[in-house]
Design a protein around this ligand. Sequence first.
Ligand code: ZN
Length: 428
Amino acid sequence: MDHRIKTLVLLFFLFLATELSAQPTTEVERCRVYYTENAQRFENWLTKRRTAMTRRSAEVYRIPVVVHVIHFGEAVGEGFNISKERIESQIRVLNEDFRRKEGTPGFNDHPDGGDAMIEFVLARSSPSGEATDGIVRIDINSKEPPLFQGNPIASGAYFSYWDPELYFNIWSFPGVADTGLGYAAFPVSDLPGLEDEKDEDLMVPGIGLVDGISITAQHFGESDLKSKYNRGRTGTHEVGHFLGLFHLWGKNVNGKPSCDVDDFCEDTPPTGAATTSCSENLKGCDGSRVMIENYMDYADDVCMNIFTQDQIARMHTVLENSPRRKSLLTSPGLNPPVTGTPDDFATRLEVYPNPVKDKLYIRLDAGYFYQNIRLTLYDRLGKVKLIQNHEQLQREELVIEMPRTNERILFLHVETGRGSFYRKLMLK
Ligand SMILES: [Zn+2]
């Protein structure tokens, strides 16, 4: 690719950031969020789900990540072709921040802060079931530039994209300076009719509605970049959006932050402007101190360290209910490839006795290590009688205390990162 075309492609990636940075609003300078669904409709759905939700025990949510590095043919570790260490530093920062890990910049002892219990793992098996390190490197020269005008999510997906039901797609894209650092697709509800509400910005010909986040190569993970945004917190912020968080000032009104809207979190003091420093003395809409350390503001990377309990509850509700979020939690991408088909998996399972009276035993093949196991008992009408979650299992037996019921038949659904299936149980 000659220099001129290369420049064109770069411009194509950057057109949005460049175009928008000319506008006076702060939001577009650092971050842009794409909302596919009507905000009120999503909010009503989320509130209802949040009230009804029972947390999946105390387990940590694990999300498989694929990082697509879009580069210009540089050697690995040079220019836009960022090193594996940089990518791993981003994943580490996410885990420190979402787990509020002690001894790291992600720790806080704020009374409203919490451990979000969410972890990110570079994918261990690919969509075709092969071993992977969760990193895909795409030389922009390897494909014709797209014919559509796209933002860094849509363009990224055009070059490289894994099934968004099973992988959290993150693109590292060529950016400029300290503007347009990150882009995120907001989650959607599972309400019917959504197919009519597609965000044109995220529609890619031949693929459909794409999903994920995009971060400029320069601001990806930790680096020695001369910038206030070199500690990987652009990633933390964009993942917050991906899991349903708004900026502290809510959605922009007429393109600008405002006190007229909120982020739907009680424990983040209302603010009508983005913070662009680490200043301790900023006052928000009600005169109280602005929570500048919140990941969903725009303060310098070094001052950020908190997700609040309400923000965490929103993210959990999204993870438990939202399409393309919930399915990530049981993705085979979390685990190394298995040899054999799902049918083989079913034969590696013993469920006994059947018919059963008080206790049901489940033994999975001892040669394998299983994670995120979920056992559900249903009656014939699909009503859930019991749910059990196990973080991991190896060479052990699971025991289910059978619930009291007049049913003669129940169905057991076993889900693991390696597959899932049903067994019919006769009751004594
Ligand atoms: Zn943002």
